[in-house]
Design a protein around this ligand. Structure first.
Ligand SMILES: Nc1ncnc2c1ncn2[C@@H]1O[C@H](COP(=O)(O)OP(=O)(O)O)[C@@H](O)[C@H]1O
Ligand SMILES: [Mg+2]
Length: 254
């Protein structure tokens, strides 16, 4: 199976500085590229972030650290808004021909000792794809040994890619790659590269760019790993053809 696992970052599908802003145009553009490759036989697992839908709620209820029942309404509302965002993505992508099959992450993942644990057999996800659908998960608030914990879309792409070994794992954001101090894309990012995290004012409860880069570097030990802009359709198309992208950051293993 020509499998690709693609994470639609919260920054790619929403404007993280504006609550509940959905970037339908960018999602549709990506969907059109995916549909073309889907028709040629490629298969996808999509993962989306919470963006300006979930992060403000998770922050308001302090869900990065679960303490007591006072936060359960926050757990409920965060799950609800993520379902809503998933529904919007499903509607956009299905309406242009991509048969998205949304899966609620909190029903199939738990966190033990800080590590994501998949509660179903990975073969179940393969089974879904063999029926033609495109499974889509999302960052979520999931049961954990400390009550509830947040699992980020970045944690999910790492875990699923190690288990399912796609041809490539692709992080999509609103910027064309990891940027250096001058704003230029770092085309090959390795352990010794320097991260210049810019101040964005975005609300993000999952650790920002440093954490993402650490995950991407770890993932690059297992599969080809890229970070691209969701709107860089030419580069995404290249990756799906098995070629190197025109732009984007490629992560180089330790
Ligand atoms: N040096 C940098 N290179 C790339 N992105 C950066 C950098 N500094 C800050 N960012 C910001 O990091 C964001 C991506 O991280 P994050 O908000 O966690 O994305 P996502 O919501 O996709 O998980 C981008 O929106 C970008 O504005
Ligand atoms: Mg993030």
């Amino acid at each position: 199976m020509r499998l690709f696992i693609i994470k639609l970052g919260g920054s790619a599908i929403s404007d993280k500085s504006k609550p509940l802003s959905y970037r339908e145009g960018w999602v549709r553009g990506l969907g059109e590229v995916l549909v073309r490759h889907y028709k040629l036989g490629s298969r996808f697992i999509l993962i989306h972030g919470g963006g300006s839908f979930a992060h403000p709620l998770a922050l308001a209820y302090g869900l990065s650290r679960y303490r007591d029942h006072e936060q359960l309404i926050g757990v409920s509302l965060t799950s609800s808004i993520l379902n809503y965002l998933s529904m919007r993505l499903t509607n956009t992508l299905a309406s242009i021909g991509l048969p998205i099959y949304p899966i609620r992450t909190g029903s199939i993942y738990t966190i033990v000792n800080g590590k994501p644990q998949l509660l179903i057999e990975p073969t179940h996800i393969i089974e879904l794809m063999s029926r033609g659908v495109v499974p889509m998960l999302h960052g979520d608030v999931v049961p954990s040994d400390s009550g509830f914990s947040i699992i980020s879309g970045d944690d999910l792409i790492l875990d699923l890619s190690i288990k399912l070994r796609p041809l490539a794992a692709v992080f999509l954001t609103d910027v064309p790659g990891i940027l250096d101090g001058n704003g230029n894309v770092i085309r090959e990012f390795s352990r010794t590269s320097i991260i210049n995290e810019r101040v964005t004012g975005h609300i993000d409860v999952t650790g920002g760019l440093m954490r993402k880069v650490g995950i991407a570097l770890e993932l690059s030990n297992y599969v080809k790993t890229y970070l691209c802009a969701i709107w860089d359709l030419a580069s995404i198309n290249k990756i799906l053809n098995g070629e190197e992208p025109i732009n984007c950051t490629k992560f180089i293993p330790y």
